[in-house]
Design a protein around this ligand. Sequence first.
Ligand SMILES: [Cu+2]
Length: 478
Amino acid sequence: MTIEVLLYRSCMYRRQLLSFLAIAAGAPLLSRCVQTTRRVVGTDGLLELSLTAQAQTKRLAGERTRMLTYNNQMPGPVLEARAGDTVRLTLINQLETPTNLHYHGLHISPEIDNVFRAIPPGERYTYEFQIPANHPAVTAWYHPHYHLDVARQVFGGLAGPLIIRGDLDEIPELQQTEEAVLVLQDFEPTLLPQDPHALARKWGRQGEFLLANGGRNPVVTIPQNGLLRLRLVNASASRIYQLQLQDHPWFLIATDRGAIAAPTPLDTLRLSPGERAEILISGQQEPGDYPLLSLSYDRGIGTMINSLRPIINNMSGVVPPTQTTLATLRYQPSDYAEPLPLPSALIPVEPLPTPAVTRELVLNHGITADSNGFIINDKSFDMNRVDTQVRLNQVEDWKIINKASIDHPFHLHTNRFQVIERNGQPESLLTWKDTVSIQGSETVVIRVRFEDFVGRTVYHCHILDHEDQGMMGIVEIS
Ligand SMILES: [Cu+2]
């Protein structure tokens, strides 16, 4: 098939999809083909379920499209447990390729949350573990982490939220909130679930259509005079969201690994792939609709895309930055005569002590003897090589230097960290993170204590195409 034919097909899909969107404006994009995401809540200290990973052909926008689902859903079901609970999760692999699960955001042993495990097609594996009793309340998520194929599997739709209840849920004001979770994914009907053009893999594949919980512009209600606790999960393979709630105040209450000290007003919120945020919204404005916008964000490739536009305009997986409404927040009448108060304090974030060890990690692009083009400290990922050895309970500062001109969000598995500095300036807000956005040419210092678990775990760029192409390393905790 020639390039011209490919481009023409891509145009056809796009036109048909656009006309479908015009007809179904405001309706969930996938509502006719994918079940509503379900919630699975642990009871009596046990969260037990099966997840079947499966490719499905669904009719979307008049075309039959392949997508990857957990239990016939995209995104997968919302899982919910409490700190101290046992999780018994059987992953059934009905894909045509190996897969596995990463519990992104949980502080559990790397022997359980093991990205080196492969579950072959047709087989199943039961993950069983206890969430530590002192685990903070977090919005975490689960997704495949089978190296070399992570971007394709996640972009295909394999991801779901994992809510752990704990300390933050005990704050009295938060016990009166309504809750919603929005899983942010992007989608390209011509692309699922194949690999895109090599150029799109270099930049990190993106879809033109933005989905929240598998739908386009779903409605989330705000109780008038009440509080909405909104959990946001960026489950996209590469897309970085710059979010804004138009004409309405919103307050950050938690980041990747739990609560912050007090509700903090936000203007915009940048969410890189893998990052989560919890937001509190008070229904005290003029009743109406308030759009949650995904503002145009250039992760360092927008200029390049614009200059190459005639060539790549219809290349699947390469899309220019644009602004889109992700969801609509709509006021709903309630019984509250008086506005519910925001909590004045949440959970203190204790600063980690002065580090015993300081390291540098340089993120870059380059062709070296062992590199596929994406490197950390001049090396491409090798699953038989330990890159960094650390000691249990030791505090370290990692200076992460992005020498590339494009963004490389950095994720450390197993342990949480605090962001100390960005480009030499102290970070203004102390939070617990496991993924940090790092723009082109930025340097970020993170501080981490390797707690509770020994073993081998990984760190990597969370633009998953970059991870698949080598921007990952192994840390051994002993
Ligand atoms: Cu990257």
